[in-house]
Design a protein around this ligand. Sequence first.
Ligand code: ASP
Ligand code: MG
Length: 452
Amino acid sequence: MSVQQLTISKFGGTSVADYEAMLRCANIIKSDPANRLAIVSASSGVTNHLVRLSQANVSTDEQNDILQKIKNIQLNITQHLENEDELNAQVEILLTQLAGHAQEQSLNHSLRVADTILSYGEQFSSRIFADVLCSIGVEAKHFDVRQVMKTNSLFGKAVVDIDLLKEKATEILKPALNETVIVSQGFIGQNEAGQTTTLGRGGSDYSAALLAEALDATDLSIWTDVVGIFTTDPRITDQARAIKEISFGEAAEMATFGAKILHPATLIPAMRKDIPVFVGSSKAPEQGGTRIQKEVDSNPTYRSIALRREQTLVTVKSPEMLHASGFLAKVFAVLAKHELSVDLITTSEISVALTFDNPQGSTQAVITQAVVEELEQLCEVKVEHGLSLVAVIGNNIHTTSGIGTNIFDTVEGVNIRMICQGASSHNLCFLVPENDANKVVEKLHNSLFPMQ
Ligand code: ASP
Ligand code: MG
């Protein structure tokens, strides 16, 4: 059979959390013959356990305790399958390897071994999910994505070699897709030396998008635990509602500015190849979801409000900047050297304010002492925490009059720390104190998205 329509389906941690969840995903795959490649995250909770296991100074007792918890999650799934014994034997092999890496890590901690440890969650879930598919009559095979997902050696946030991925995927994965459904891992890759790498927390979405690009897929489906992308976080206001259709540009801003629903880089490969992305809930596939694509029917001024907590604001100040050139280049050189990515930036005559995200569950502080010290060679440095970034996302924000008034009148009385507008047609964002963030989003949502 030749692959005409090819949908890459990515199932997140909650979608493969237990047997019932995996079964629902298996039925989603079965429901459409275009679903040939499933990319899975680790079962919910497993990567967090592995993060702990990958840290320095974990006692042998704690190691054993974590390994047991991880094992229980797997065995709770495999007990429902006919080939339980065979699968459990594979689980045991992986657990023994994992225990060895954990021991190695506790003796001599390295980022390289940390990535190897983190990769096991996806290794378990992908093997088991392939068998869940087989159990409902879908011929499926497990495939080690490291054969194709070639990266550099930046452990913890490895960069994928897109050309090599395309070459390998065409050579190895494409023919395999003609034989059976393939189940593979998100999040993990491999460097030139054959060592395991990871693409960063939440990276499975991005893996799936890269594979969709490499394989010229017709669609990418991201299956999660919510029925699509919402006008804002429904935990903040019950007025939030699912968005049926959104353009790539708007969705990319949303992913970047807080809506944790997609890994921020996910849409880049999809946009490069113009592959429509669907986001839906594996718990309720019949409820539909959000379709993200190049052209959409309507382009409203206000589409959504995103909130990102735990932002770090760094203000650098130097009298040298007055009428001088090259200061910013030096500041950015330090940031680049430490692989730090700046989100927002505002400048005045002698100072520059920059914001940085604090990725949730990340094991590394964003602005380390080393960064501060290097910046202090150039200027005064002030680091502030406890701020949230609110982004109002929509269309033609930079050319529509009255937007600023609409927004800032609504949040009157709140101390707005920084405002960025104008660089993008799709957003206006600002920082507010963490404690005011929910109230600000709720008020804005009531005002910009009134119930019809
Ligand atoms: N399992 C990884 C994590 O929890 C990757 C992912 O789920 O996207 O971050
Ligand atoms: Mg995710």
